[in-house]
Unconditional design. Sequence first.
Lengths: 359, 393
Amino acid sequence: MKPRNVKRLALAAALAGLVSAGNAADLAPLPEPKFNAAMAEMGKYLFFDERLSGDAALSCATCHNPQKGWSDGLPLSKAYPASEYFRNSPTILNAGFKKRFMWDGRLDGSDAGTLVRDMITEAHTMNMDARLMQERLKQVPEYNEMWLKFRKDDINGMRVFNVVGEFFKSIVSKNAPIDKFLKGDQSALNSTQREGYELFKGKANCVSCHNGPLGSDGNLHRTGVPENPEVTKDPLRHITMARHYSTSGLPNYMNTHEDVGFQAISKNPKDKGKFATPSIRDLKYTAPYMHNGMFRTLDEVVEFYSKGGGAGSELKPLNLSDYEKRALVAFLLEGLSGDPVIVEKPKLPAYKVRAFGKN
Amino acid sequence: MTTLKRKVTVAAIAALTVASVGLAPMANSADKPMAKKAMAAKPAVPPLGPLPAVPVPADNPMTPEKVELGKMLFWDSRLGGDASSPCVVCHEPGKGWGDGGEISRGYPGTQHWRNSQTVLNAAFYNKLFWEGNVTSLEAQAPAAAEGNVAGNGDRSLMEMRLRFIPEYVERFKKVFGTEWPRMTHAYMAIAAFERTLVSDPKQVPFDRYMAGDKKALSESAQRGMAVFNGKGGCIQCHNGPLASDQRFYSLGVPENEVFKTDPLYQITHRWEHYQKGISEKGYRGADLDHGYYYVTKNPKDIGKFRTPSLRELKYTAPFMHNGIFYTLDEVVDFYNKGGGTTGPNKSPLIKPLGLSDQEKKDLVAFLEALSMDKPLLMDPPKLPPYQPLKTAK
């Protein structure tokens, strides 16, 4: 086939895909997670191990606490000691299926290891030198044994991040009513929830962005969520945001006092205020909502969308009735949330003295 | 990171050049016997003497405002990772501007691996840290504030913290003329402050003695000075106003046991080898602090450390790169026995001295006379608070 024809075919296929996706956008059941079980088992320990942070004060679980929906329950997340964060801590539940990581979508969802690296080494999250982390882990005999279950060398380098990444991919919720419903069990959703689902796909058109297995298109959108005033009121949070801008290379960063979202990554003013569509699974466990935790309840969220979002929103008002709002919330809250996923903090093995000079 | 690497490389090349030029005559002279006559025939080393005016780099002139700012930053915990590790934590005025421990405490969750050196008179060094890997106070400050087992601060985060402290914004503007504080300037201010931390010659018995006050040194200290310059041979390396030739020697100082018994020290020991770019074989077998070798990567430099100043010893125990000796008596005993047996490349200058007990006492008396009568203490400055940034457009 001539190259030109290949191009044409590809274009036609792409267009067809767009159209069909537009017509048939819907939620879908969660696929089975794929991960290396031996790596995930070690990753579980590392996830809870404070020695993975610079001053050994916090672990991944500090801001992604299984007891708090694998988030921290706060509007704005805490950060490394002496810092405070300027966005909400997103849940880890089902996050292995994301197309993008971080609220500004700056990391590729197919690479959990890089996300883990970013969190562990970033100064305002865990502030850990990766080489020092390697040496700390090598000082724990049990970790060396776990490592040998999936590799033939010793604990080293970037691979440690991938180990945590495998655990991350294993955190998947089960038994959400929507999954049973989509597989044919009509009774999985009650009548109010079913009405909510119809609104979701129809009048409210949530599905245009919240689709697929996660209820997320993996794209970036501007909905005009109001700024969280705490960010500029609290110098520690503002410092973290301004420094994120300075290290991202955002022009005029000392005079940028709102959360510009994806613009800090793309540097395109058109992307100001755009954030990645979050998953809408397990919302029951993950309040407060939005990138800056501005809404405490789903009622507030639905109210916000019913009005068409905030300043600069891409959305149109929905004019939902009170009953419709309640039905939508019922669907979102119960229909899309699975059983709680609880992983207990394992008993962490201690550092042990090694034979000096046999490294 | 790239800049940092380049700086390290430049420093390494500079240090190499200095070492190869500087060490050659020493090695030759060391072949000769240590008898008094041979000593006299040796190329003269600069004698001990009063400290000259502090050298000030042309690109970082001293002003009272800069020094005052530097003092604040020296104490300010916001320079550091988790606000627990400002400069002053490991360089406390009340502990001789060191930290009083054998091995410096290091960042929380870690241990450092060497003794915290005094800042007093550090202005006179052109090789800082025990392995001499940086050549100015301006370069020492970031290496400590950002080093992962020291301050563990991120440069861009610390810089942004300074920008949210209005009083600092004003002070940096006055001193450096910038709209917003910059970390390079912060380090320059700290260096300027450190250049004020020098021994006061009026308070140092040895300096008073050299200035003509013959009563300033006790009889014992005067005899000790003769041992220092003669039989003890101390002057061979501890010479000039600073009592340091700023060259590198291996003395065979015993290793500190903690590296065999404490996991946190072992972690740092391996990490240092890993991050300093040692070969895999070197990393896997590492059981010694290689000192100057990390800078030159020349096996002949394994175990060498830069000669420290002998001023202010009264306030800066414990001694040596790993704090292994608590008293000057122990140090003098160590030299008297001809040093230790740890590691290779032991300096030929280190030989048994055959000092009598009286000579040892006299030598210690002299060494103590190189310190001020009273320690240089300093009250902490008042530190300005964070404030929300004025966000009005």
